[in-house]
Design a protein around this ligand. Structure first.
Ligand SMILES: *Cc1c(COP(=O)(O)O)cnc(C)c1O
Length: 479
């Protein structure tokens, strides 16, 4: 075993990993990266097919982002945001505020996301969102005990507040005595929805489903019941367009707009968790109306402007931990007052508004809004669809769903019955392991294989990636 792998085995505890299994084999030790490739200690090259857990946008060792970080590094790496402002954080804030308020969505100062609160990760960005909504509700909405409602199988991060907003039993059950109670509404999981009366077809379930959108009626009922009980929901928390850790569960066209209108009609705040979906990741460039094809945030593509929005993963192009929570002036003003009123937002982190992270984010944003990047994303979306369609031949592929540059391929025992593989069979894990032998790295969510290519891929990379997936499914599960 390589000496670095030995050190890892001896000392490191990996996230979301059964360490007993981890210790059974030599891990891949990454030493370099270039474009869409990860390169290990032995010089083996792997396609980074999940963009290093959904973070990377413009590839590894990107010359523009490298340059921006180096330039910032020659000035200063970090100074505190407690009591001090800094150069890249100020410039980035203005750029971000511009980006989260597209003119075709934001029509008044009331709906404008005017302030940015920096933090480090998706969980911290959601923790900030939660605390802001909580205090705002108590101070300005006259709600003593704010209530939160989110989607079934929601995932919003691993800190205790974020865990409380989540509903993934497997992850969250162990901490149930530590968390506070939140409510949930059924996510529109068309492929496995109890209201979907159609027989499965060899197509994305959103296209063949037969229902009367009963899920939306359930949402309305739930909000009404809460209101009638005298304790209405304070905020509706959602991942727009697609839920990630739930298993890449996409929302049918128009669903989010109706769901959020229901929430708003009952006076609830909208909290969008764009940690995964933000920065072009979940936005399709292929839409009829041109302005929507330019969206960088999934909420906007769904024609929704939230009151609070959290971003992280892609913000630095996958380089450094940085996150942001955006909010309206109205919420900001709930925290204003004389010092001795102690209305201050008592929250912050040591590395808040870190200069290197902000410099990387600025360079990443420049790349993201360029014509080149836009055209590449468009080309890659078409290429993904073209090659993904080959997977329908396999009887253990139940559903293939793509939202922007995010793909979920759900493995099943039989496509006709949609019968699930029990988790202990590790169907997803085994397929991904096999893909590594074919030079492609990704990580499943249960029985769902995730493909989330960096935007610097070529058509050939996409073909290679999907071909590896095809072979791996066949090898592990059969035809
Ligand atoms: C990854 C993720 C988070 C948590 O982000 P971390 O940076 O891992 O803390 C929160 N929400 C969504 C939707 C995510 O995908």
């Amino acid at each position: 075993m390589h000496r670095l792998a030995l050190l890892d085995h001896k000392y490191i505890w990996h996230p979301f990993t059964q360490m007993q299994d981890w210790l059974k084999e030599e891990p891949i030790v990454i030493t370099r990266g270039t474009g869409p490739y990860l390169i290990d200690v032995y010089g083996r090259r792997f396609l980074d097919a999940n963009s290093s857990i959904w973070t990377n946008l413009h590839g590894h060792n990107n010359p523009e982002i490298n340059k921006a970080i180096r330039k910032q590094l020659s000035k200063i790496a970090h100074s505190s945001a407690l009591g001090l402002a800094n150069e890249p954080a100020s410039i980035l804030a203005a750029r971000l505020i511009h980006a989260v308020n597209p003119s075709f969505i934001v029509d008044s100062a009331k709906t404008k996301l005017s302030k940015v609160f920096y933090s480090d990760d998706g969980a911290t960005a959601m923790e900030v969102a939660l605390k802001l909504a909580f205090e705002h509700a108590r101070r300005a909405m006259g709600i003593e005990h704010p209530r939160f409602i989110s989607l079934s199988n929601a995932y919003h991060g691993d800190t205790i507040g974020a865990v409380s907003l989540g509903h993934i039993n497997l992850f969250h059950k162990s901490f149930s005595n530590l968390t506070f109670k939140t409510d949930s509404i059924p996510a529109p999981y068309c492929y496995r929805c109890k209201f979907n009366k159609a027989k499965p077809e060899r197509e994305d379930a959103r296209l063949w489903r037969k229902c009367k959108e009963e899920c939306l009626i359930e949402i309305e009922k739930k909000f009404l019941k809460a209101k009638n009980s005298g304790r209405p929901f304070t905020a509706f928390v959602f991942e727009p367009l697609i839920q990630g850790a739930a298993g890449m569960i996409p929302q049918p066209h128009g669903w989010l707009k109706v769901a959020s209108n229901i929430a708003k009609s009952f006076g609830a705040l909208l909290i969008a968790d764009e940690v995964l979906t933000g920065f072009g990741r979940a936005c399709s460039t292929i839409t009829r109306e041109k302005q929507y094809s330019r969206c960088l945030f999934a909420s906007h593509q769904a024609d929704v402007q939230p009151d609070i929005m959290a971003v992280a993963k892609g913000i630095t192009g996958g380089y450094l931990p940085l996150a942001a929570t955006f909010t309206t002036m109205k919420i900001f003003e709930s925290f204003l007052g004389k010092y001795e009123q102690f209305k201050t937002f008592f929250h912050g982190h040591s590395y808040t508004a870190n200069q290197l992270g902000c410099a990387a984010a600025l360079a990443s944003l420049d790349l993201l809004v360029s014509k080149d990047c836009y055209n590449t994303r468009k080309k890659l979306e078409i290429e993904l669809d073209k090659h993904l369609s080959s997977l329908w031949q396999l009887s253990h592929v139940g559903d293939i769903r793509r939202v922007g540059m995010i793909v979920g391929v759900e493995l099943v025992q039989s496509w006709q019955t949609r019968a699930e593989y029990p988790l202990q069979l590790q169907a997803g894990i085994r397929v991904c392991k096999k893909m590594r032998e074919y030079g492609v790295i990704t990580r499943p969510v249960g029985n769902v294989i995730v493909l989330m290519p960096p935007f610097v891929c070529s058509n050939t990379h996409i073909q290679f990636m999907i071909n590896a997936l095809f072979k791996a499914i066949k090898d592990v599960l059969g035809n």
